[in-house]
Write a protein that binds this ligand. Structure first.
Ligand code: UGA
Length: 429
């Protein structure tokens, strides 16, 4: 199939690359000419495991191309995917101006039947608006179909998630685009669910909100575990083995972050309000998430007392492991709060240090994770990177003035840490 992807962010670039990998001919479009040049030269603007090799391979085979011209993408493709940002506005609603702009650009360039697919996360009923806009701005008055096809990939695991999806959701107004959409996704060997457009749009917000709810649920359980002297990891294991509940997304910590969950929760609460339903459950999910950070900070101040003039080592800046993304990262929030209280910080992250520099200009960046605690009063774990589990604990302990660790991601075993002489505080244990 001949496909265009408008927007080469996380979703657009990975989607375009994986479509090329299974044999489609893909043109990725971005209005940032510098980014397009970087991509054409083989450079990848984000860190995503496995992506760079796949981009290089598909550029070399001619299946993957990049351009700054939407008109070129539209002209050379049968199906056009929209994967541009849908950022939050101050009141929690979604800024749809990029989507609207792209809909107009596509409309202006259309001279024959096209399928226009929305992949960005959008409020329910956006598909209707996109269809109206294309109809209004299409001078050639050609036929077209609008499809909703939400993306469920996780950053850090994006290539794997895209190549092996749990399901593919296709929201349509008529049967006409179904065959082409099915052909695009057949190589991925996943169940394909065909719905109406509104349902497809809702599936995305409902899925992300449910996952966020699951994390807040286990974080609330963690608070009870701490008060009652239980271990949240054992509770999570015990409930998670019930297949109806499932073990995944039951890791307690300092709360969820990133560019999706916080934004999508606010948007879904707003959307619900607009259709006349107050989604109090999701408001509580937000409330628990914010409280999680407060409780963790209290643990630090209960132990270290005054933070002014204290030196703290921090492991982790990304919003989760396997990514360099620091947008809405709980780890960055934590660092900013510690700095505000007068602490000085030595920080390390395997991939996110460059991107963190704009948000945390006044901290010391340490390349070696084992050296991050040197000369510090305490060590904090803020991101769940697997490699932090390999920390040289004896080396870190020697570097600290006191062997104190606040583990916001439960990476170490409390009994083991105590045996090694650490004052060790984690979450819900
Ligand atoms: C999330 C969804 O998982 C994807 O399915 C969805 O496609 C994506 O949003 C999106 O809407 O684009 P992502 O934001 O990449 O993916 O990250 P997650 O792996 O879901 O993690 C989100 C946050 O939850 C992280 O801060 C992570 O540390 C936290 N988390 C996750 C926990 O605190 N506990 C857990 O058990 C799992």
């Amino acid at each position: 199939m001949k496909l265009a992807i408008i927007g080469t962010g996380y979703v657009g670039l990975v989607t375009g690359t994986c479509f090329a990998e299974v044999g489609h001919h893909v043109i990725c479009v971005d209005n940032d000419a510098a980014k397009v040049k970087t991509l054409q030269a083989g450079g990848i603007p984000i860190y995503e495991p496995g992506l760079e090799d796949l981009v290089k391979k598909n550029v070399a085979s001619g299946h993957l191309k990049f351009t700054a011209s939407t008109a070129e993408g539209v002209e050379k493709s049968d199906v056009i995917f929209i994967a541009v940002p849908t950022p939050p506005q101050p009141d929690g609603s979604v800024d749809l101006s990029y989507i609207e702009r792209v809909a107009r650009d596509i409309a202006a360039a259309m001279t024959s039947y096209k399928i226009v697919v929305d992949k960005s996360t959008v409020p329910v009923k956006t598909g209707e608006k996109v269809a109206e806009t294309i109809k209004r701005y299409c001078a050639a008055k050609v036929e077209f179909d609008v499809v909703s096809n939400p993306e469920f990939l996780r950053e850090g695991f994006a290539v794997g998630d895209l190549m092996n999806p749990d399901r593919v959701v296709i929201g349509v107004r008529s049967q006409r685009p179904v065959a082409a959409m099915t052909e695009i996704y057949t190589p991925f060997k996943a169940p394909i669910i065909v719905t109406d457009i509104n349902s497809a749009e809702l599936i995305k917000h409902a899925a992300n909100s449910f996952l966020a709810l699951k994390i807040s649920y286990i974080n609330a359980i963690a608070t009870i575990c701490e008060a009652a002297g239980a271990n949240v990891q054992e509770v999570a294991h015990g409930i998670g083995l019930d297949e109806r509940i499932g073990r995944r997304f039951l890791n307690a910590g300092i709360g969820f972050g990133g560019s999706c969950f916080p934004k999508d929760l606010s948007a879904f609460i707003k959307i619900s309000e607009q259709v006349g339903y107050e989604f109090k459950l999701l408001k509580e999910v937000q409330h628990i998430n914010a409280g999680q950070m407060e409780r963790f900070l209290k643990k630090i101040t209960d132990t270290l007392w005054v933070l002014k003039d204290k030196k703290i080592g921090v492991l982790g800046l990304a919003f989760k492991q396997n990514t360099d993304d620091v947008r809405s990262s709980p780890a960055i929030d934590l660092c900013q709060r510690l700095l505000k209280d007068g602490a000085t910080l030595r920080v390390h992250d395997p991939k996110a240090m460059d991107k963190a520099k704009a948000l945390l200009p006044n901290v010391t960046y340490v390349d070696d994770m084992n050296a991050v605690a040197d000369g510090c009063d305490a060590l904090v774990v803020a991101t769940e990177w697997d490699e932090f589990k390999q920390l040289d604990l004896a080396r870190a302990k020697k570097g600290l003035t006191h062997p104190i660790m606040f583990d916001g991601r439960n990476l170490f075993d409390p009994a083991e840490m105590e045996k090694l002489g650490w004052i060790y505080k984690s979450v819900g244990r």
